[in-house]
Design a protein around this ligand. Structure first.
Ligand code: ATP
Length: 553
């Protein structure tokens, strides 16, 4: 997507529709809006027909029927073309929202469902209150122009009277729209506070009950609720007032020109006749109605302006190409982290962290809870904003250079194969090899690759899930392996086994761990760093040279 496109607007819409469809919509708008003119002609001509001449009456009726048929067929085709345009726009919109949201959404269940609601709910609102209205406006504008031309040709003076009054009928919406938008903003804010307070209560209900804090929370909830309902009522009251004033103006715009027409006819001025009044009354109503629905569509469109601001992709850079292939030359690269500083919510978490790791180095980062170990991995992988430089083989670190295996294993509904390959092109032999390494080739039945993972892995133990995540990482053979508390759910035997594999990988490894096997680390030459005062401090000197084993995987 063009980086300049931050808002869905007419330009955005036009760029996503084929020219032929725009032309078809335009032409069908012309022919589908002829009904008011037909009404004017049909009724206006009534007073001129010689009803004793059956031929003339037959011609009049069949011409009128044909004209109405063309108009309504055009209307049907217009709706079909409009639907095609809406489909194309929806597809583009949802893709944009989805990709932007993927980059910045959180990963816990609530954040995920919020984001999905955003993608589907906001897109639906934009579809109905913007795309449909916008295309409808094209039709309304064309219909309005045709009607105005027609009534001007019928009688200039009297039609100017009609046009003047139809313009006046737009006044309430002109002034009311802005106030309505403000009131709906106020309500949206109080509604958001209410939803937030409900969310907090749902999430923390166990603590709230345990601490007997329910009455206090319920009182707060009721305050939010009553404020929200009050603002909602105010918004709706204003809307009704606004509608009432609009009705009054619309009635005036319909009746006053009719009275003026009758007066002019009575005085014999400007060639006003019964036929002219009949024609203008039937058609000019559509000018008033058209102008009114135009302004209604416009207020709908204005009400979506906040929604139409496209979400900005977060810090996290999505890999643009499939990086699943290993890059042997990259294995030689040094991972150089210099002056890495992270501040979150105005708290300093990392301060000028410097570490340079030779290809194949293995390090453990340890330290007390909350000190910033996970943040270090997040900063390296670009998931949190940081200052400083992270370079690999002299280049900025790219998403395809590393795999990150984190504490919270993400598993999805699919086979074990899918969960390990992530639908990328790896053959079964390679997948089975990594499963063997993590000891999962026997545990999950005979056809292990087809083992069905359901409900985000609820049919697996925590340790099995963690080993799947490690297998997923091992399969990639990336030059950098980042591990966050990978043994928290593993028994000692499996943890040691997996560490032996990891410590002999031909990759640079940074492992964040609260608890680690010191002897094992020493044996494999793993350096241990402790996080102290927002920096890394070497805790041990590795007992032997960094292991760069090439155990096949
Ligand atoms: N999303 C966030 N927004 C703001 N601050 C955060 C966020 N996540 C973590 N922090 C803060 O960053 C600091 C470091 O957290 P981090 O998760 O890196 O610690 P850790 O050393 O990995 O802890 P643990 O061993 O308990 O997992 C903490 O003080 C925490 O409050």
């Amino acid at each position: 997507m063009d980086h300049q496109e931050r808002q869905i607007n007419i330009r955005w819409v036009i760029r996503r529709l084929p020219l032929t469809l725009i032309v078809v919509l335009f032409l069908l708008s012309l022919t589908s809006t002829l009904e008011p003119i037909l009404n004017g002609v049909v009724f206006g001509q009534l007073v001129n027909i010689d009803f004793s001449n059956l031929d003339a009456v037959g011609r009049y009726v069949s011409l009128a029927a044909a004209a109405y048929l063309v108009t309504y067929t055009s209307l049907y085709l217009f709706l079909r073309a409009q639907q095609r345009a809406v489909r194309m726009l929806n597809q583009a919109l949802k893709s944009v929202y989805f990709t932007a949201s993927v980059a910045h959404a959180g990963t816990n269940a609530t954040e995920v469902s919020d984001t999905i609601n955003d993608v589907t709910g906001v897109a639906k609102q934009i579809e109905q209150a913007y795309f449909v209205e916008l295309i409808g406006m094209l039709q309304q504008v064309i219909g309005l122009i045709i009607s105005v031309i027609f009534i001007l040709k019928t009688n200039v003076v009297l039609s100017l009277v009609y046009v003047l009054f139809s313009a006046l009928s737009l006044l309430p919406s002109h002034f009311g729209r802005k106030i309505l938008a403000k009131k709906s903003d106020v309500w949206a804010n109080t509604n958001a506070s209410l939803v937030l307070s409900m969310k907090d209560i749902f999430q923390g209900r166990m603590e709230i009950f345990n601490f007997k804090a329910w009455p206090a929370f319920f009182t707060r909830f009721k305050q939010h609720l009553s404020q929200e309902e009050r603002d909602y009522e105010r918004m709706n009251n204003f809307q009704y007032l606004f509608q009432y004033v609009s009705w009054l103006f619309a009635i005036a715009a319909f009746l006053l020109p009719l009275f003026i027409g009758l007066l002019l006819m009575a005085k014999g001025l400007f060639g006003v006749t019964t036929s002219v009044i009949l024609t203008l009354t039937m058609t000019a109503d559509s000018v008033v109605g058209g102008a009114r629905s135009l302004s209604k569509s416009q207020s709908q469109i204005v009400s979506t302006s906040q929604l139409r601001v496209l979400p900005v992709a977060g810090q996290f850079e999505l890999p643009k190409v499939d990086d699943s292939e290993s890059k042997p030359e990259a294995l030689k690269g040094e991972l150089d982290i210099s002056d890495l500083t992270v501040v979150r919510d105005q708290h300093l978490i990392l301060s000028d962290v410097n570490i340079r790791l030779k290809p194949g180095s293995k390090v453990i980062v340890t330290g007390p809870s909350g000190i910033g170990k996970t943040t270090l991995l997040k900063a390296i992988t670009g998931q949190v904003a940081s200052q400083g430089a992270i370079r690999f083989a002299g280049q900025p670190l790219h998403a395809g250079d590393f795999v990150l295996v984190s504490q919270n294993v993400w598993l999805f509904n699919g086979t074990l194969r899918d969960n390990i390959t992530l639908y990328q092109a790896y053959d079964d032999v390679a997948v089975l090899a990594v499963l063997r390494l993590v000891g999962l080739d026997q545990e999950l039945g005979e056809h292990v690759l087809d083992f069905k993972i359901v409900d985000n892995g609820s049919n697996l133990s925590g340790g099995q899930a963690q080993r799947i995540a490690i297998a997923r990482g091992l399969l990639r053979k990336s030059p950098i392996f980042l591990l966050d508390e990978i043994s928290s759910s593993l028994d000692q035997v499996n943890a040691d086994k997996i560490h032996r594999i990891i410590y002999t990988l031909p990759a640079t490894v940074i492992e964040v761990a609260h608890h680690y096997q010191e002897a094992l680390a020493q044996a494999y030459g793993v350096k241990i760093y402790e996080m102290v005062d927002h920096r890394l401090q070497l805790k041990n000197e590795a007992s032997r040279e960094v292991a760069t084993g090439t155990e096949a995987i």
